[in-house]
Ligand binder design. Structure first.
Ligand code: ZN
Length: 458
């Protein structure tokens, strides 16, 4: 055996080795950050950096930043599928105020179990505040401060009355039913809460910064406690403000149906945003020509637990994921039909729609031959960033309409789906995740959309 023979053996072996190392590094890089959460993971991490807290991504659906801000013990956690205080919550901010006064502050009438507490409702001299906030057992000097301090009353009204936080003896706690997409959204809650903790524990300390949040958020904060005749006008003002950021259009009140509509155009497509009195949000966009029906749903509770056994297939129902918690489901034939329509769309559009759905809590996103139709998950007043979530969703619909418009359903692509060599055929190959048993399409992104593990053939 001479040297060139030896190279014939070693050459390919080195090639394979380099490829294996390369693949392992890529897989590891993609796998690790995805396991520790979605966009909120980065948001919580940024908050931790900004405020000097410890960041703990505990598992795929739980993130925590905790530590001290000034003299306060602060804990920010994001948990997309959990129960707290009897309600499913998405974000919790807890500040250990250590005020040392024995009193509690709450929205009147919502927590029956607090009714037994001794004390008198707080006489704050503000009829609007009196209606919604109750403070019992506070020291006399706090009542005096509250009487004279309109800024503090406004802050209490925003944090406790508007958002539903509560202050109970030593802790100021807020549960928010929305996934924060950015650190700014978390800060918009955290900073006023810190400010409130400071103002209550150090009533005579100098005030810093304007703590009261955006006009739009404040407007919706009043909604639940507003008299009935003020509710639709509140929604109307909100919709006018939101619509002005989207494009030409107008907001209408429909008194008979107790609805508020915004009708206008986004990317030149006719769009209607509808709020009912809950207020639930639906958005419709009219297409000139559409596609076959694809019905996407976002439900974080349908994400399989890593390591759990694969679902016992009792029914014919198949669920295929396109993003974390975002899927299509139905009988096998229905799902295959939807996958065919997806494969005839421009590459990656569904992945982008899925990402937007999880970020902005879009419960349903339907594409059909006439229109795009969306239903948001939380009610408008429960969203962390109502203007942003609804506005971005309408823009994603306008963008998708334009993408579909530029690429009408292509019979050749459907034909190509029969050809095993084609991209369209790869698109339709369902794969099961070895780690969490999620079923997904490993093209063009080969990793599990729920847990980030690399694909394997099913
Ligand atoms: Zn997985």
């Amino acid at each position: 055996m001479d040297v060139s023979d030896l190279l014939d053996y070693i050459g390919p072996a080195i090639g394979v080795l380099v490829t294996v190392v390369f693949v392992v590094v890529i897989v590891f890089k993609q796998f690790k950050p995805r396991l520790s959460g979605g966009t909120w993971d980065a948001a919580v991490q940024q908050i931790a950096q900004q405020f000097g807290l410890r960041h703990t991504p505990i598992e795929s659906f739980y993130d925590q930043a905790s530590g001290n801000i000034g003299k306060y013990d602060v804990d920010v956690s994001v948990d997309v599928d959990s129960e707290g205080m009897g309600v499913a919550y998405r974000m919790k901010i807890e500040i250990d105020t250590s005020i040392g006064w024995s009193f509690l502050m709450k929205v009147r009438g919502t927590k029956a179990d607090w009714e037994g507490d001794a004390g008198q409702p707080m006489p704050v001299g503000d009829p609007e505040l009196d209606q919604t906030i109750e403070i019992r057992g506070a020291p006399p000097q706090l009542y005096q401060v509250l009487q004279s301090d309109a800024q503090l009353r406004a802050l209490i009204k925003q944090v406790v009355g508007g958002w539903g936080a509560y202050l109970s003896r030593d802790d100021l706690v807020l549960f928010v039913k929305a996934i924060p997409g950015t650190a700014d959204e978390i800060r918009a809650y955290l900073e006023p809460m810190l400010e409130l903790a400071r103002w209550l524990s150090e009533p005579n300390a100098p005030r810093t910064g304007a703590a009261v949040g955006t006009a739009a958020a404040g407007m919706l904060g009043r909604y639940d406690h507003a008299p009935d005749q003020e509710k639709l006008p509140l929604l109307h003002s909100f919709m006018e403000q939101l619509g002005s950021t989207l494009g030409p259009g107008q907001a209408y009140i429909n008194t008979n149906d107790e609805e508020v509509d915004w009708r206008g155009t986004v990317n030149n497509f006719p769009v209607r945003i509808k709020l009912d009195s809950w207020p639930n949000v639906e958005i419709e966009l009219k297409l000139q020509h559409g596609h076959g029906e694809v019905d996407l749903e976002f439900d974080a509770s349908k994400v399989p637990e890593p390591g759990a056994p694969p679902p016992w297939d009792e029914s014919d129902t198949v669920r295929v994921f396109f993003g974390k918690g975002v899927f299509i489901e139905g009988a096998g034939v229905q799902v295959d039909g939807m996958l065919q329509h997806v494969s005839a769309m421009p590459e990656r559009v569904i992945a982008q729609v899925a990402e937007a759905m999880a970020r902005d809590e879009v419960r349903n996103f339907r594409i059909d031959s006439q229109r795009l139709w969306v239903r948001m998950g939380p009610e408008l007043t429960e969203m962390l960033d109502p203007e942003g979530q609804v506005g971005r969703t309408a823009q994603v619909m306008g963008w998708l309409a334009q993408s579909l418009q530029g690429a009408p359903p292509d019979p050749a692509a459907l034909q190509a789906a029969q050809n095993p060599q084609s991209a369209a055929a790869m698109m339709m190959m369902k794969t099961s995740c070895r780690y969490c048993s999620t079923m997904f399409i490993a093209y063009p992104d080969p990793n599990c959309p729920n847990c980030g593990a690399p694909a394997q053939a099913s």
